[in-house]
Design a protein around this ligand. Structure first.
Ligand code: FES
Length: 315
């Protein structure tokens, strides 16, 4: 299972409404100094209600604070709604040290593809590309320019290098055309799952590599989910995980303790060794190679693969 991570206590110094659905938090350390943040890095913030969420750190004019932009999610399970409606200036949250899973590699040129709130990691990456003196372009897709946070400041600062693509009443972005227009560029993408899937397919078809940043795994039940048996070999019990419930919830109900944090497949805290049974991996923690090994499961989102009646785990 994952390790207990040291947390930093942060006070909300400022909370700013950026659009109808996005607020920006300015967080300062109660202990004084904050660790440095690499371009594209994120922090995992734990709220008073116990929920953890990951946010990219966006550039700030002060070295003494971290800024994060939080979208009110339509299907929020308590993270973004709590931040929007309850979290106030002066409140304290905890956060991990910044983690960089989306580093800006050395490249002759960059193409940044952002969908919605997926713009956030690119703000610091653009500054880094500028610092390196590398050419870059950003295609920022969203419903309308008014709802796209940071769109106007990016346009006024960087001009034509920022292309705003509004989807409201218009066609979807032609990912293949955008990618092929920048043949030398290293491609980076962040946004909702459907947006990422479109970019990934276009890149693969064109034989191009794309660096992807996910914010959460697939925590929602799927229509064809099926019940399966989960054998906790160390505990000596077998539980049934029905469709519509997570393995983690079922294990919790049985009184077996599993450390968890995000409960949406992003942090790796609930990782548990698999002894047998094929897994339908729905997390964004494991790499494709690790998923193919089938030796671990994130109990908060992943399930038995179709046709696998029983999964045996070391718990
Ligand atoms: S609790 Fe974070 S991956 Fe499961």
């Amino acid at each position: 299972m994952g390790q207990v991570v040291e947390k930093i206590r942060l006070r909300v110094a400022e909370k700013t409404t950026l659009t109808a659905h996005v607020v920006e938090l300015h967080l300062v350390s109660e202990a004084g100094e904050l660790p440095p943040v690499e371009p594209g890095a994120h922090v995992e913030v734990t709220l008073r209600n116990g929920i953890s969420r990951q946010y990219s750190v966006v550039p700030s004019s002060s070295h003494d604070e971290w800024c994060v932009a939080v979208l009110r999610e339509a299907d929020s399970r308590g993270g973004s709604v709590y931040i929007h409606d309850e979290l106030a200036v002066g409140d304290v949250v905890e956060a991990t040290e910044p983690r960089s899973l989306f580093p800006l590699e050395e490249a002759p040129e960059y193409l940044f593809l952002a969908g919605g709130i997926g713009i956030t990691p690119f703000l610091s990456m653009i500054e880094e590309a500028e610092r390196r003196g590398r050419p870059w372009n950003l295609v920022y897709t969203g419903k309308s320019a008014e709802t796209m946070v940071y769109a106007s400041s990016l346009r006024s600062r960087y001009g034509q290098r920022v292309l705003i693509h509004e989807t409201f009443g218009r066609t979807r972005m032609d990912c293949a055309r955008v990618i092929s227009a920048h043949p030398r560029a290293e491609v980076y993408c962040c946004g909702p799952t459907s947006y990422i899937d479109g970019v990934r397919t276009a890149a693969e078809t064109a034989g191009r590599k794309v660096h992807i940043e996910h914010f959460h795994g697939d925590a929602n039940p799927q229509e064809d989910d099926q019940a399966f048996e989960l054998e906790l070999v160390d505990t000596g019990i077998t539980l049934t995980v029905p469709a519509g419930r997570t393995a983690l919830d079922v294990v919790d109900d049985a009184g077996v303790f599993v450390l968890s944090s995000c409960r949406e497949g992003t942090c790796g805290t609930c990782e548990t060794p698999v002894l047998s049974g094929e897994i339908d991996h729905r997390d964004v923690v494991l790499s494709p190679e690790e998923k193919a090994e089938n030796s671990r499961i994130m109990l908060c989102v992943s399930r038995a693969a179709a046709g696998t009646p029983r999964v045996r785990i070391e718990l």
